[in-house]
Design a protein around this ligand. Structure first.
Ligand code: ADP
Ligand code: MG
Length: 347
């Protein structure tokens, strides 16, 4: 199939916006008016409104040599939905703002929007506006997400108490290992146009890096079980640093158990192949987009029986600090907040 390459200047800014957004239909009654006016209009009453925003820069947050634009669109939307779920809220609307350099064609933007729209359709979120401009270099994507929650259901980071159980959803470290794998293949492919990357048996790692999901299902499960966590966050910078945020804001310490940290076997195999410490990768690797939350001790049986949730430890008094108890139960390793951090320059 021949790929069409339409210059963005052929359509112009308004033509492009039109093309990208013409088939968008609202999923939510709170969306009164979407794209097409000076503002989107949303109607909320008796509920709290939550807003989260995220800026992604090419070369800093994503690398288009191995990230397909469709996946990038999907992931950019998902990471914003994840922030809303992390407050026990429901994402309802997003705005998408783009800075586009001359390297990109209309068809490239179609691909990006295919991913964004797919995420919106799967999660029931409405794309209600944005902004489109030229960029001097590279692609810039900024997404703002708006959502709602009943006042008594919103979960903050500062509500954890001594003896609360610490829970995580899914498994950790896989997205980080996926990134290591993609980077490795990128280096191996340099200067070899016929290079075929080797991802056999590691599909899960690649999927976790390129096409993460937000844990809408866990929020629904908790609701069904009648549980409102005392604190919650999504894990974007690594379990260790996120847990320390909760402890700091809640004025608690914590103990987690090394042998309880959920890790997929593909993550374990990859860590061995790369000669990396597996637990370090699970504690500090980023972009898992799993949920980290605390519940009162008496919910133990209820959370233990929930699929996809693992109790990994408990909160303590603040003076005891934050630590992990090793597999043999013999020693305590202090947790470090060496999160996955794009700002540090060394990821
Ligand atoms: P303004 O002059 O107020 O910035 P624009 O002409 O930029 O308005 O945008 C026209 C309409 O298209 C607005 O409703 C805006 O929210 C929407 N829009 C602009 N860019 C995008 C985009 N990248 N994705 C979705 N909607 C967009
Ligand atoms: Mg504008």
């Amino acid at each position: 199939m021949e790929v069409k390459n339409t210059e963005i200047s052929d359509l112009g800014e308004f033509g492009l916006i039109d093309r990208l957004t013409k088939d968008i239909k609202p999923h939510n009654t709170s969306t009164v008016r979407g794209i097409g006016d000076d503002c989107a209009v949303m109607q909320y009453h008796d509920t709290e409104v939550l807003v989260s925003t995220d800026l992604l820069l090419e070369g800093v947050h994503f690398d288009l040599t191995y990230v397909p634009l469709r996946h990038l669109g999907y992931k950019s939307a998902i990471v914003n939905f994840s922030d809303l779920y992390a407050m026990n809220a429901t994402p309802r609307q997003i705005t998408v703002s783009l800075g586009i350099s001359r390297r990109f064609t209309v068809e490239h933007m179609d691909e990006l929007y295919r991913g964004i729209k797919l995420a919106c359709d799967i999660y029931g979120v409405d794309l209600v506006g944005g902004d489109t401009t030229a960029s001097r270099q590279g692609l810039v994507i900024s997404i703002t997400c708006i959502g709602d929650a009943p006042k008594d259901k919103i979960v903050y980071r500062d509500g954890a108490k001594d003896t609360d159980l610490i829970c995580v959803s899914g498994d950790l470290g896989a997205a980080y290992m996926g990134l290591q794998l993609l980077e490795r293949e990128k280096v191996a492919s340099a200067g070899k146009p016929d290079f075929v990357p080797e991802f056999g048996g590691k599909e899960y790692l690649i999927e976790r890096q390129l096409k993460p999901e937000a844990r809408k299902d866990i929020i629904a499960e908790l609701d069904k079980a009648g549980i409102v966590p005392t604190s919650m966050m999504d894990i974007s910078d690594g379990l260790s640093s996120e847990l320390m945020h909760i402890c700091k804001q809640s004025h608690t310490g914590c103990r987690i158990y090394e042998d309880r940290i959920p890790i997929d076997y593909q993550t374990a195999i990859m860590a061995e192949e790369l000669n990396m410490n597996l637990v370090t990768a699970a504690l500090n690797g980023g972009e898992d987009y799993e949920l980290l939350f605390t519940v009162p001790l008496h919910y133990h049986d209820r959370v233990r029986d929930m699929k996809g949730i693992k109790v990994i430890g408990h909160m303590t008094r603040e003076e005891l600090g934050c630590a992990m108890i090793t597999r043999d139960g013999e020693s305590e390793i202090p947790l470090k907040a060496q999160g996955f951090n794009h700002m540090s320059g060394d990821k």
